[in-house]
Design a protein around this ligand. Structure first.
Ligand code: GLN
Length: 465
């Protein structure tokens, strides 16, 4: 049986019903994970012969679904049902998948812990006193809890990879343009991606294959052929010979938690034992990525969120005149983090500050992208790094916004450069999963997934210890 058929068969054999009974993933509060904002237990299969026939898939609540609300975990969109469906969701349905529900997230995908949701935080299934990461925390938790084996998330700065790392599952962010964003609620359009979660590399690859490809409804989707992403198992003793994997020194700073560094070092040794050449490389602008991201993402967000004014979408506050209605709708509808981003974004785009912040940030973004291009052009095929600087932290433990922003220090670069990147479990620290990140050249998801699958096989159950 091919690896692709095996991934298909294992996904189709998954019984979500049993998982629903085992975990109260829907229920909020201390006794539930609060991973879902709504569920559809009556979802039906559109194609019994499809690749994903009968496979339950959870969808992040900022991805439009017909018949189920799309709220972005915000009060301003409470109860909003989209009149159209996202292309990624439509492709899943056409492949026979059951859209089982919408998952909790940080409000408008702004956050790294799923704590900014207007509908309460999601808890990490591996330790319910901890966060699942974010912003796609509900999707990561649903997969980690075994409710479903495939889920959609979105990424602007790490929102698939970081929760995947915190929950001990696989999370893939494809190349910018590889998956249509039609129906993904815009946060920062030049950085936004749709991504997938799964429990294995092969299953994530299959999910990506189903949703990838150009789409006339998204002008940024790329006209690039979609290869088969599911890697075939190799029986060679050194399956990665000829593959050069860069170890960017800036992603292993002296301040990195030595226990996380040790888990990464072991993964790199494993990759070397599989035949890969490990080469130290330097991406000197890495430390500028967080400041640049927090100029560009809020700038774009402030424009994208201007449409939520109480007129066209979602909730409208009562008021005596139009101006007061806008103000009451927006100040009552958005939470603190979203408000902070809109204010920050409006500031950096305003006259006098545009040149000083926005323009300069764009120039540095180009520099960051160029460093990746040069590294890949120098014969390095992939880069290996930790996904996040910490393991899952306790709910409420990170209250300073800037400290929260640093959670994405190793992930925002791939969004700024538009390159594919993924996280997979590579070990544990104090019983909590550590994610290893692999980044690749644009549209080379296939190599990234092949190496990830080889690493997954070689680490075996060790990856989860
Ligand atoms: N944590 C980052 C932010 O808040 C990234 C979020 C994301 O990727 N959607 O912007």
């Amino acid at each position: 049986m091919s690896a692709r058929d095996a991934a298909c068969a294992s996904l189709q054999a998954h019984d979500a019903g049993a998982a629903w009974d085992r975990y109260d993933v829907v229920r909020a509060g201390a006794d539930g994970l609060n991973a879902f904002l709504c569920v559809d237990r009556a979802a039906t299969c559109a194609d019994p012969a499809g690749l994903l026939a009968g496979v339950p898939v959870a969808v992040k609540d900022n991805i439009a679904t017909l018949g189920l609300p799309t709220t972005c975990a915000s009060r301003i969109l409470a109860g909003y049902v989209s009149p159209f469906e996202a292309t990624a969701v439509r492709r899943l349905r056409e492949a026979g998948a059951l859209i089982m529900g919408k998952t909790n997230m940080d409000e408008f995908a702004m956050g790294s812990s799923t704590e900014t949701s207007a509908f309460g935080p999601t808890r990490n299934p591996l330790d319910p006193t901890r966060v699942p990461g974010g912003s796609s925390g509900g999707s990561a938790a649903a997969v980690a809890a075994g409710v479903c084996r495939l889920a959609l998330g979105s990424e602007t700065g790490g929102s698939v990879r970081q929760p995947a790392a915190f929950c001990g599952v696989v999370g893939v962010k494809p190349t910018y343009g590889r998956v249509s964003r039609y129906g993904l609620v815009a946060y920062a359009s030049s950085l936004d991606h749709v991504g997938v979660f799964a429990t294995s590399v092969a299953e994530a690859a299959l999910g990506l294959e189903v949703i990838a490809g150009s789409d006339p409804y998204d002008s940024t989707s790329a006209q690039v052929a979609v290869p088969s992403f599911v890697p075939e198992a190799s029986d060679a003793s050194r399956p990665l010979s000829g593959v050069v994997i860069g170890r960017p020194i800036e992603y292993f700073p002296a301040s990195l938690d030595p226990r996380i560094a040790a888990v990464c070092a072991r993964a790199l040794e494993t990759l070397a034992a599989l035949g890969a050449e490990i080469r130290d490389v330097s991406l000197p602008s890495t430390d500028l990525a967080i400041p640049v991201y927090y100029v560009l993402a809020p700038a774009e967000a402030s424009r994208n969120l201007a449409r939520y004014d109480g007129v066209r979408y979602g909730v409208r506050a009562d008021a005596r005149d139009l101006q007061a209605m806008y103000e009451r709708t927006r100040s009552g509808g958005f939470g603190a983090e979203v408000t902070r981003r809109v204010l920050l974004g409006t500031y950096v785009l305003s006259a006098g500050y545009y040149e000083a912040y926005y323009r300069r940030a764009q120039a540095v973004r180009a520099l960051i992208a160029q460093e990746f291009t040069q590294t890949f052009a120098s014969g390095v095929h992939l880069l290996f790094t930790p996904t996040a600087p910490t393991t899952a932290f306790r709910l409420g433990a990170v209250s300073d916004p800037y400290a929260m922003y640093l959670s994405d220090i190793f992930t925002v670069t791939a969004n700024l450069a538009g390159i594919p990147a993924m996280s997979q479990p590579i070990g544990r620290v104090d019983g909590l999963p550590v994610g290893g990140q692999i980044m690749a050249a644009p549209f080379d998801e296939a190599t990234m997934l092949r190496v990830a699958a080889a690493l997954e096989t070689a680490l075996g159950p060790e990856a989860h210890r």
